[in-house]
Design a protein around this ligand. Structure first.
Ligand SMILES: C[S@@+](CC[C@H](N)C(=O)[O-])C[C@H]1O[C@@H](n2cnc3c(N)ncnc32)[C@H](O)[C@@H]1O
Length: 197
């Protein structure tokens, strides 16, 4: 964890992830928020954002739907940059591999988000499965990953491999969306699933 924590901390401190603050990335996050809101009914529920970075998703979330924003990230530098909004924020500095939701979270209906984070560890999808399937209540899981791009063959291969692994989980797919940055041609595939205990 220390080596990885240092790596991500240095990248955030050097401003290498500042591109995530840009408007074209917010288009993706707004769409993620819209998907989540569209599939929630009734009382507001907590949301766990795995690999939250600086928590930009939080500012698009509706407090009538989301009661608490739990930011889990390997970088304490990123977590320290989260701007407080209307929704209470909890910051947890852990890797996906060592994060375990506490008992209160485990027994609550909730939303789990994994945006642009599942590429980095060989067992990331297994860790997401452990966390989502360990819930004792239904949860929504939202995953986003950068899609195929003509100039980026590595992205295409990584994306195909990732979605294959995710499909193998057999989770109930509720909706699929694509976010697009018209300027760069980058697309992101976004899928929301329902996972039942
Ligand atoms: C590309 S950024 C995505 C940030 C945010 N989710 C978004 O969509 O804008 C990847 C984030 O994942 C975090 N990260 C990378 N590996 C991780 C791991 N094994 N466990 C937890 N967080 C991790 C990084 O620190 C970084 O904040």
């Amino acid at each position: 964890m220390n080596e990885l924590n240092d790596k991500w901390n240095s990248e955030f401190a050097a401003g290498k992830l500042n591109f995530l603050r840009r408007d074209n990335e917010q288009v993706r996050l707004k769409l993620v928020a819209r998907l989540i809101h569209g599939h929630l009914e009734g009382e507001a529920v907590p949301l766990i954002d795995l690999g939250s970075g600086e928590g930009h998703l939080c500012k698009w979330l509706d407090e009538a739907k989301i009661s608490q924003y739990v930011a889990v990230d390997i970088s304490d530098v990123a977590l320290g940059n989260i701007v407080e909004a209307k929704i209470p924020v909890t910051r947890i500095c852990q890797s996906l591999a060592t994060y375990f939701p506490d008992d209160e979270m485990k027994s609550s209906p909730l939303v789990i988000v994994a945006n642009e984070v599942l590429y980095y560890g060989a067992d990331s999808v297994d860790q997401l499965k452990r966390i989502a399937e360990g819930q004792s209540e239904n949860c929504l899981v939202v995953i986003s990953a950068v899609g195929p791009h003509p100039d980026k063959p590595n992205w295409t291969a990584a994306s195909i491999k990732l979605w294959k692994e995710i499909d193998a989980l057999g989770w109930c797919k509720l909706e699929v969306e694509i976010a697009r940055d018209e300027e760069s041609g980058v697309i992101w595939d976004i899928v929301i699933f329902k996972v039942t205990p």
